[in-house]
Design a protein around this ligand. Sequence first.
Ligand SMILES: [Zn+2]
Length: 377
Amino acid sequence: MRLKLHFSRLGFCLLPLFVVLACQPAPTHVEQGATSMAQFIAGMPKAELHLHLEGTLSPQTIVTITKRNGIDYFRSVEEVKKSLADRKPGLMGFLGHHNKSRDVLQTQQDFYDATFNLLKNLKDNNIIYSEIFFDPQPFTNRGIAFDDIINGIDTGRRDGEKTYGITAELIMSINRELSVDSAFAMLDLAYAHRGKILGLGLDSGPEYGNPPIKFKAVYQRAKEQGYHLTGHHDVDVRDSLKHIWQSLDQVALERIDHGLMAVDDPALIKELVRRGICLTGSPVKRATDPRMQDVDRIIYLDAQGVCVSLNSDDPAEFETGYLTNMMVVFQEESGYSRADMVRLMRNAFTASWLPEAEKQNYLIALENYLRTHESGH
Ligand SMILES: [Zn+2]
């Protein structure tokens, strides 16, 4: 999740025109020939590398789970929507709702349902490959068994893959405000399940005071156990650039989540390009914002040759919603061409942790899509 957060006072599905797309399944088939830009984006085969399972719970999923678990809040869809609409700006306002909805998840079945439902939404957005974050520590700290968490998520993921014909991998994330010992304990609990988890991430907050270097030893052990490595570096955070340099030079992360403050450091930009390190950007927009956030930063980094991708982060909790809608808004704000939008999507596949041969197959499918849909308006 991001630290720089702004929210509309409107409910989740009350909306400027673009948000309509977020509230309904996007088209999954696009006619050959001339298509609108929105259709082009909807039909594009996509990869998403930065979304949090806990931020994808729809109001209906939340209510189904609270009823099943006998939880005495969020007993109706309207109540969840009101909680979303009433959030105060800023991180604490975001976390107030995010943590409350996250905490409805308690049983293996809950984690299964959340994951299976997410894969349906990925399919509706033509996301054919994804790497999904999940944060075990808030659950295990409440006494929920790690095995229940991972087995629910893994089974939901596998069933979703079969049902929807897409691929979903998992990134287990450290909550950076918690202790190093707690992160090591999580890694130990995951050891028996390490074949189900592709990478280790770092999220939550505050970031300042909890830099990547704090978890250097945890990352080192995770690398030895075969995990890929990434971590959040939010925008407008004190010492963000210092943290990104730490992650490159001392922690050896393979990817940087957010990381858009790199615009302020020409040497860092050069180094990201030289090392081929990719940034997972997640521009969002509140209804009252004149412009989507971070568009200029992404355009600048893209122009400098940095590999930056577009991602939805917490799609049930931002007004920009899932990836198709977010990309439509980004295109409108950036004026990017079809080829430009495909370049950003190519970055997502390139930055993925897919085996090289599979990566090339996805990239070929993306290029073919551009070739057959280049014309339009
Ligand atoms: Zn995030």
